[in-house]
Design a protein around this ligand. Structure first.
Ligand code: ADP
Ligand code: ASP
Ligand code: MG
Length: 452
């Protein structure tokens, strides 16, 4: 059994959905569970509609809704023609858009959107795409059944970034997905979307369909988790930033997890953990070039010093300094607790005897955490920073490679430097605007190709 996830560009329109169908056909012998994202751009359009509605611009919000409705209905017509199945699916799809329009109206009356109502809106993309893909595959002779992910992806009620409940997901996946496979059919589940134990719709956070696939893979103890996207696999850097980025055929789980956490959007940062837990290999493939080799991610991979470079913009550096506090036991714990209280995750840390510097995402709650920190001493915030991460299992053991990295960035202002305790990640904190140029410099140094 395998779980194969297809991202937004792999289900963007009728042609892409058919291409995806052919890939699914090629995997029928492996009992696939298919996870799909929303049609490319649909989640962004939905969130814009919700924000417009909540800010009183209902007409503009409904315009977004209407464009999305036309796009989905046109895709159905192109895929299924005008038979009874097409008619039924069009009717179901229209009903969901009616629900969406009502939600938009409700938001405009309220004048604000809660995380819970944003999830109700954002979830629509996958709730729409899964039935469309299942119907398209069936039409292609691949008997498929759409499964509402809210029946299987059970989460807590932390709306906007809900935490999965693995035991419940395993029980629900066994009960709902295995009988479909046993009947010789292909379950098609929307990624990203879940529900609480009482059935309230949640989402796992942006880009969360990869995470859904990994969670279903672990729940069903799959033989492989496949992530199908719009690039050939995991590359030595984001190809949009470094045009000469090269394919990584094989890397380690820990390397992939670091890259994902530090900006390699090709994988949601939480994707690797469920795979590690069950030792399930993760593959990344290009749905536009299914014959290409792709990337394999496992516990062991051929040794390397630098495997890839990632970058993350829009990071904030927080510095806490206090000569009296920091020597005392428990000071670091209290500082981390201040961030934990507001669920702000800390990425990079550097300490001295009298100060701690750390990086966090620019979160709306950051100022509250900073207020709490003032109890410890002086707190300074530096916005407009970014992280560049060099990742490779052999990096920490290779001082020449680290020296080479620092030499390569030349006179660039470094606000922090940190080597992870495992030695697989050297992070450099630079000015936000310099993230991409520094990525290119480092890529040129370690992988060749253009430097600017
Ligand atoms: P999907 O919609 O299929 O989930 P995403 O847009 O979320 O696709 O992720 C794929 C994108 O990730 C690529 O188009 C690429 O620009 C970006 N990306 C960032 N870093 C990397 C990397 N190291 N390797 C491959 N792609 C990367
Ligand atoms: N559709 C969701 C998003 O755009 C989830 C995903 O594509 O992974 O964030
Ligand atoms: Mg993605």
């Amino acid at each position: 059994m395998i779980v194969a996830k297809f991202g937004g560009t792999s289900v963007a329109d009728a042609a892409a959905i058919r291409r995806t169908g052919e890939i699914v056909r090629g995997r029928l012998g492996r009992a696939p569970v298919i996870v799909v994202s929303a049609l490319a751009g649909a989640t962004n359009a939905l969130l814009s509609a919700a924000e417009l509605a909540a800010s009183g611009q209902l007409v503009a919000a409904l315009e977004h809704v209407s464009q999305l409705r036309d796009r989905h209905l046109a895709t159905i017509s192109e895929l299924l023609g005008s038979g009874p199945e097409a008619h039924e699916l069009r009717a179901e799809t229209s009903l969901m858009f009616d629900e969406l329009a009502h939600l938009a109206e409700a938001l405009s009356v309220l004048g604000f959107a809660t995380p819970r109502s944003m999830d109700a809106v954002a979830s629509m993309g996958e709730r729409l795409s899964a039935p469309i893909c299942a119907a398209a595959f069936s039409q292609m002779g691949i008997p498929s059944v759409a499964v509402d992910s809210r029946q299987v992806m059970i989460t807590n009620d932390d709306f906007g970034r809900a935490a999965p409940l693995p035991a419940q997901i395993a029980a629900a996946s066994h009960a709902q997905l295995l009988p479909i496979i046993a009947a010789g059919k292909v379950p098609v589940v929307g990624g990203f979307v879940g529900a609480t134990t009482s059935g309230i719709t949640t989402t796992l956070g942006r880009g969360g369909s990869d995470y859904s696939a990994a969670l279903f893979g672990a729940a069903l103890n799959a033989d492989a988790i496949e992530i199908w996207t719009d690039v050939d696999g995991m590359l030595t850097a984001d190809p949009r930033v470094v045009p000469g980025a090269q394919l990584i055929e094989h890397l380690r789980f820990d390397e992939a997890a670091e890259l994902a956490s530090f900006g390699a959007k090709v994988l949601h940062p939480s994707t690797i953990a469920p795979a590690v837990e069950r030792d399930i290999p993760v593959y990344v493939f290009n749905s536009m070039r299914p014959e290409a080799v792709g990337t394999r991610i496992t516990f062991e991979a051929p040794p390397c010093t630098v495997r890839a470079i990632a970058g993350k913009r829009g990071v904030v550096v927080v510095r806490v300094g206090s000569p009296k506090m920091l020597g005392t036991p428990g000071a670091l714990r209290s500082i981390f607790e201040a961030f934990d209280r507001y669920r702000i995750s800390v990425d990079v840390v550097a300490t001295s005897e009298v100060s701690v510097s750390l990086t966090v995402d620019d979160d709306p709650s950051l100022l509250k955490a900073v207020e709490d920190l003032r109890g410890f001493g002086e707190v300074a915030i530096e916005r407009d920073r970014g992280i560049v991460a060099l990742v490779g299992a052999g990096l920490g053991g290779s001082s020449p490679s680290m020296a080479r990295a620092l030499r390569a960035v030349g006179d660039e202002r470094l606000h922090m430097v940190s080597l992870s305790s495992t030695g697989i990640n050297l992070t450099l904190i630079v000015d936000d605007a310099q993230v991409h140029p520094v990525m290119r410099l480092l890529h040129h140094e370690f992988f060749g190709g253009a430097s600017a």
